[in-house]
Design a protein around this ligand. Structure first.
Ligand SMILES: Nc1ncnc2c1ncn2[C@@H]1O[C@H](COP(=O)(O)OP(=O)(O)OP(=O)(O)O)[C@@H](O)[C@H]1O
Ligand SMILES: [Mg+2]
Length: 255
């Protein structure tokens, strides 16, 4: 165990690197998130944000570096393995089974059965699904609708609802607001704040809207060309500073 790991750290990445052929997507990335903390991850298109999240969720193996989960070194073998540890991820399209109805997606891998017989407790799952969605305030007409027929924003809302009810220890959200209307986006941000208030979960949020990042996150990390170049508490930065950092680099590359 690394000597400077804090007791309330949920995840820590040390010296992570990842390449895709000639592209160096991540180089020597260090990052950590504590319980009750929301970390905002920002950066230009192609900076490596999704690649980092996909390593933390067990989808990609890093080429180098180490991961620690709750203070212990860990090698994430798969998304299922990460999920079994309490790592939940919200991607727009990755996490849902389009052929299944809303309520079964909400219970994916956690179906309720009538023990000792393997019959699904459909009525109870539908009731719980309705309750979970109503609690968020997202408008999904029917929990028996097939997920494939919903809008991108509705699918994401379901993914967030599922994470919230999963007792996740680490929640990773890769642009959960991108496909949402203003009202739904606001609901998700409020939901994240409620989760944070619970105090036992660490959250990493990727978003391109720096106003939302500064509002909802405790700390901001900026990824530039696969490296974290900035790490500050939100209260010590501003939308203007974040825009300037990203745009200064843009001017450098395009003048
Ligand atoms: N599966 C892959 N195969 C090859 N190259 C990839 C793959 N995934 C990502 N890359 C490359 O790695 C780099 C980082 O991509 P990544 O998706 O992590 O960026 P991002 O910061 O999430 O960008 P965006 O804001 O557009 O979502 C890019 O150059 C991208 O082309
Ligand atoms: Mg991305």
């Amino acid at each position: 165990m690394s000597s400077d790991i804090r007791a309330d750290e949920v995840v820590r990445a040390e010296h992570l690197s990842k390449g895709f052929g000639p592209v160096s997507a991540l180089r020597d990335v260090n990052l950590s998130v504590r319980r009750g903390e929301i970390l905002g991850l920002i950066g230009d298109n192609g900076a490596g944000k999704s690649t980092l999240i996909k390593i933390l969720t067990g989808f990609h193996r890093p080429d180098g570096g180490e991961l620690f989960f709750e203070g212990e070194p860990v090698v994430l073998r798969s998304v299922t393995h990460a999920r079994s540890l309490g790592i939940e991820t919200v991607f727009q399209d990755l996490a849902m089974v389009n052929e299944l109805p809303v309520y079964l997606n909400l219970h994916l891998n956690k179906e309720l059965v009538h023990a000792p017989l393997p019959f699904l407790r459909r009525r109870e799952m539908k009731r719980r699904a309705r309750e979970a969605l109503d609690a968020i305030g997202i408008n999904i007409p029917s929990v028996t609708a097939q997920v494939g027929q919903l809008s991108g924003g509705q699918r994401q809302a379901i993914a967030v609802a599922r994470s919230v009810h999963s007792e996740a220890k680490l929640l990773l959200l890769d642009e959960p607001l991108a496909a949402m209307g203003a009202k739904e986006g606001g609901l998700i941000l409020r939901l994240l704040q409620q989760l944070k208030a619970r105090g036992d979960i660490a959250i990493i949020l990727i978003a391109h809207n720096y106003g939302q990042i500064v509002d909802v996150c405790d700390r901001v990390n900026l990824l530039q060309h696969g490296e974290i170049t900035f790490d500050k508490p939100s209260k010590d930065t501003s939308v203007a500073e974040l825009l300037e950092l990203v745009h200064a680099e843009y001017r450098l590359n395009h003048d």
